[in-house]
Design a protein around this ligand. Structure first.
Ligand code: IFM
Length: 441
């Protein structure tokens, strides 16, 4: 038996990530349900419907995760289920979450609990959502309820998933609800979400001494398409400032950067025990004076890029190492809270898994404190505006029949998790084309 080449640290955690609206089904009380029911919003007219049916029965999927040798799962609590109207808590909903978290524990799986993943209760949306500064107090009140009810099952909390994506898609491109196009509004929303993170951090630590509280940041890389062109570099820089640096500087330096403002961010400073990295791809940015926002340029891909299905971008695993090294400057533990690709026939995913994990292994050798890797995702789920057309699952799902079929990637990921290593055998078996790239002669 050949020696394993890429060993992970003995306490490294292997997981999958999901979110409430994408897997639970029939989340009728949030703004996404309303959005899906508007004509033309979702690809192919799809709706989340029963999703992966986790609200009724997640347990078989929890068994699948356990059988794969996973020891952590990241899931989110659906605010609109817990707080059905302002201040009115649905105790039965909290009971169901208790059951789910206990179910994970019974299977030897540590839950990471996200408190906000893109969805708002309708009652909050009707009050202006995150544009309304009251959202911060509402959110902390809800977090208080959740930590009281569910704190005995976890101490690993992710306050908000991808505030930068929420603000960008909902308020810059207008492609997600509420469909607004205004950078000024986007900046206000992002600032409110970061302040809410800071406030939730305090609530969680007050309620639970041992709480480990973080936030999941989607770090997309923006490189100039033509590095010698000043305008390409400026456009890539401007995108990065908005999408990454505003959040990272607020969290690390406790400082607001434009367009969020300019000055000390006391509400956020030092309110982070770990940082979550969601990494998917990079954009090569080219200045284009005809673009809608010329200063932000347009996205190009290198001629030799391997493109992902459905226009999701470029397969660029080296970007994960770059993102990890950048985020390591925060000087706190890192969880890779999401990484994966859409790939219905699984012809790219096995190699993508191996390449991204190889990059993770490389930065671990450089002492970057990566604690865990959560693959996005276990079972195909409702991919927001893309509906069911963009399957990210290790396991294929037919949302109509609810039938599941593991893809080869599920076996590969299980084998890696169980051996805590990438072995030459796995490379030979699942992605022989990577032999020369990953294995020494
Ligand atoms: O499905 C999403 C998830 O909700 C947030 N991060 C990116 C994933 C894939 O697009």
């Amino acid at each position: 038996m050949a020696e394993a080449v890429f060993h992970f640290p003995p306490d490294f955690q292997w997981g999958v990530a999901v979110s409430s609206h994408q897997v639970e089904g029939h989340n009728t009380n949030n703004q996404w349900w309303a959005w899906e029911h508007q004509e033309g919003r979702i690809a192919a007219g799809h709706r989340s419907g029963a999703a992966c049916n986790w609200w009724m029965s997640a347990e078989d999927d929890l068994d699948r995760a356990a059988a794969m040798g996973l020891n952590t799962v990241r899931l989110s609590i659906e605010w609109s289920r817990v707080e059905v109207s302002p201040g009115r808590i649905d105790l039965a909903a909290l009971d169901r979450y208790r059951e789910l978290l206990q179910g994970l524990r019974d299977r030897g799986i540590v839950p990471m609990v996200t408190l906000h993943h893109f969805t708002n209760p309708l009652w909050l949306e009707e009050q202006g959502g995150w544009l309304n500064s009251n959202a911060i107090a509402y959110f902390t009140r809800y977090v208080e309820q959740v930590v009281q009810a569910l704190g005995e099952y976890t101490d690993l909390w992710c306050t908000i998933n991808e505030p930068n994506v929420y603000a960008s898609l909902g308020y810059v491109t207008g492609s997600h609800p509420p469909g607004i196009k205004s950078l000024k509004s986007a900046a206000l929303v992002l600032k409110h979400m970061l302040r809410a993170h800071g406030a939730a951090y305090d609530v969680l630590h007050r309620a639970q001494e041992e709480a480990r509280v973080g936030l999941a940041h989607n770090l997309r890389l923006f490189d100039p398409a033509r590095p010698s062109r000043l305008l390409d570099r400026a456009a890539a820089w401007a995108r990065d400032l908005w999408f990454n640096q505003t959040t990272l500087t607020a969290l690390k330096g406790g400082w607001w950067l434009p367009p969020l403002g300019f000055g000390p961010a006391f509400a956020v400073r030092r309110k982070l025990d770990w940082i979550g990295l969601n990494y998917y791809t990079r954009d090569m940015i080219e200045y284009d004076r005809h673009a809608e926002e010329p200063g932000l340029g347009v996205t190009r891909h290198p001629d030799d890029a391997e493109l992902l299905d459905g226009g999701y971008g470029e397969l660029y695993p080296e970007g994960l190492a770059r993102a990890l090294r950048r985020i390591a400057r925060l000087g706190i533990p890192i969880h890779i809270t999401e990484n994966g690709i859409p790939d219905s026939d699984d012809d790219q995913r096995p190699a993508a898994i191996l390449l991204h994990l190889h990059q993770t292994w490389r930065v671990l050798q450089q002492n970057v404190p990566v604690m865990s890797y959560y693959h996005w995702t276990l079972v195909d789920n409702f991919e927001w505006n893309e509906g069911w057309t963009m399957p990210f699952g290790l396991i294929e799902l037919d949302p109509e029949s609810q039938e599941r079929a593991p893809r080869p990637s599920a076996d590969l990921y299980a084998a890696i998790a169980k051996s805590n290593a990438i072995t030459p055998e796995l490379i030979h078996a699942y992605a022989p084309q990577l032999r020369s790239r990953l294995l020494p002669d």
